[in-house]
Design a protein around this ligand. Sequence first.
Ligand code: SF4
Length: 174
Amino acid sequence: MTTRKHTAYEPTGTSPISRRARSYTIRRWSVRHARALEWFYDIFADILLDLHPLWNLIGYERAEAPVVVLERVVKGFLFDCRMCGQCVLSSSGMSCPMNCPKTLRNGPCGGVRANGNCEVEPDMPCVWIEAWKGSVMMKNGARIENVQVPSDQSLRGTSSWLRATAERAREKQQ
Ligand code: SF4
């Protein structure tokens, strides 16, 4: 009888079969197309900024609910977004760091496996290995070197799109 060899910590409560069922296909596609998504987002962000007078008219708070729904659907599909409310995709090669089981926002921990997968989720590519792959393709890929502040849990579930737009509008007015 052969016994299964454990080479590193493996999580309990999730069978290897169910873990293998997740292939992270879309998430990895987004990283492979990081440059195109960066280009698209820059245009999209400019459109949101142009709409600032409209957001002001409606009220950013009132616009929040429908925009959150849209953001959750789009980014959930493309990036497995967890709606942290402070998006760093532009600084992380279009790989969402909140998919890291340790939610590390400034690079990988010391437990990345030799095959580039996560030590906690052995079948999942490390989000920071993916982030590096995406960043080297991006025009502003050097942003991956920016140190990210700890995520503010009070912003969880809010719209990063609207927050970034309001911040840009404020900067423009100064
Ligand atoms: S960094 Fe935050 S907002 Fe951006 S994709 Fe990840 S969870 Fe979503």
